[in-house]
Design a protein around this ligand. Structure first.
Ligand SMILES: [Zn+2]
Length: 416
């Protein structure tokens, strides 16, 4: 596959990224390879890369983004299109079919299920416009096949199990529509489990949530524990016959946010063979630095829109626009790729190289100072080499680990 290197890369000259400091700090298991910047970019373009969580369907819905066109992320609310995937050497992604949460009633569940199906329809119709560039795919081996064909693999995940409602048949329905992971909850509890950002309702999974995981195992869908409570994670890992994933989560030891995973949860997920995909959302990477004006504006917003998850669609749209304006008015200093890779280092030191990957959350709020959209992803590879990760390690982080879990999930389903 011929891909374009990043427009802004400095590919000329034998710039050695052999940094003495990293030699001194690297562990004995890491292998420092002297490589030029252009060697690193060529390696990044050549390997299979997958990002397990982008909210691009929302940008298709709200901004009408044309995926075939190159967008300036400072001008458009968009972090991913095919030209920037090419620049960033990003082969495959999971598009999150995200839904907000409304009333936990039959009519609330029916309405949100329809909304999820509508976003699926829209995503399918947009991708089908560009058969030369991308395909929606469902099998773990499709990403390799499409990379060889010079196309992007678009997988689908359902972010929030709320559209499942209380009907187990909906798990089958979303599987048939191509969904290959379900993030069990979003920011509030649903019929499946407790969320990391809500009160304790079940103390983990509901009895229905146990059924949902069993059905996902039978069908071959990955169980995604990002956004769920610690007790939910423990129970999901214990109940699932297959390894679980966190499609976009960071390490709590480095950034104490309810969305991040404690060392004991990271250890549990890894012990069962699972994988945690590091997220690039600033508030999960480093704690928000205090900023008086911004903090009070945020507090006022939270008060004004208390219980937003249970409000009408039109109110949620106003909230979304107001929140975007607040972030424009009071920008936070963004963390860097180096701050993000600290999370990879932590997880690798804790559980080894086989349980870490990348799920950016681009188009859902993610941005780093030196990786502001998908075109900046090669900077992660540069940082990994700088820290002494080997080519084999970096392949695992960029796709090997996730694809191992995905294939295992499929294998367990087919053997039942
Ligand atoms: Zn999320």
């Amino acid at each position: 596959m011929i891909k374009h290197l990043r427009k802004h890369s400095t590919s000329s000259g034998p710039l050695l990224l052999l940094i003495v400091a990293s030699l001194l700090t690297c562990t004995s298991t890491k292998e420092i390879i002297p490589m030029t910047e252009s060697d690193i970019l060529a390696f990044h373009q050549q390997i299979l890369t997958i990002d397990t969580h982008v909210d691009t369907p929302l940008r298709l819905k709200y901004e009408g983004i044309d995926l075939s066109q190159h967008h300036d992320p400072n001008e458009y609310n968009s972090k991913l299109d095919f030209p920037r995937m090419d620049e960033g050497g990003l082969d495959a992604v999971f598009f999150a079919i995200w839904t907000p949460q409304g009333a936990r009633t039959d009519s609330g569940h029916a309405a949100i299920k329809q909304q999820a199906l509508d976003i699926l329809d829209l995503t399918e119709s947009e991708i089908s416009k560009f058969p030369q560039s991308a395909e929606i795919v469902t099998h773990s081996q499709d990403a390799d096949r499409l990379q060889e064909a010079g196309k992007h693999a678009i997988y689908l995940g359902l972010e929030n199990g709320y559209p499942i409602g209380t009907d187990i048949n909906n798990v089958d329905l979303f599987y048939q529509r191509g969904i290959r992971y379900i993030t069990l909850s979003h920011m509030t509890n649903n019929e499946i489990c407790d969320s990391s950002n809500d009160t304790t309702e079940y103390g983990g999974l509901s009895p229905f949530g146990v059924e949902v995981i069993e059905r996902m195992n039978q069908l071959g869908m990955m169980v995604d524990i990002s956004h769920t409570s610690g007790a939910t994670v423990e129970q999901a890992v214990a109940i699932s016959k297959a390894p679980v994933i966190a499609s976009h989560s960071c390490a709590k030891a480095l950034c104490d946010n309810p969305r991040n995973l404690s060392d004991s949860l990271l250890t549990l997920i890894a012990a069962k063979g699972g994988v945690v995909q590091m997220c690039l959302l600033s508030t999960y990477i480093t704690p928000d630095p205090p900023q008086e004006a911004r903090d009070s504006a945020r507090a006022a917003m939270k008060l004004k829109w208390k219980g937003i998850d249970r409000q009408t669609d039109s109110n949620r749209e106003i909230y979304r626009l107001e929140w975007a304006e607040l972030n424009r008015n009071y920008p936070r200093e963004l963390p860097s790729v180096s701050d993000a890779v600290d999370h990879i280092d932590h997880m690798v030191e804790l559980v080894g190289i086989d349980h870490v990957g990348i799920g950016s959350d681009f188009d859902g709020g993610a941005a780093l100072s030196d990786c502001f959209d998908v075109s900046g992803l090669p900077n992660i590879t540069k940082e990994l080499f700088k820290r002494g990760y080997s080519k084999s390690d970096i392949r695992k982080i960029w796709s090997g680990n996730l694809m191992r879990v995905f294939a295992r999930v499929e294998q367990i389903a087919s053997s039942q």
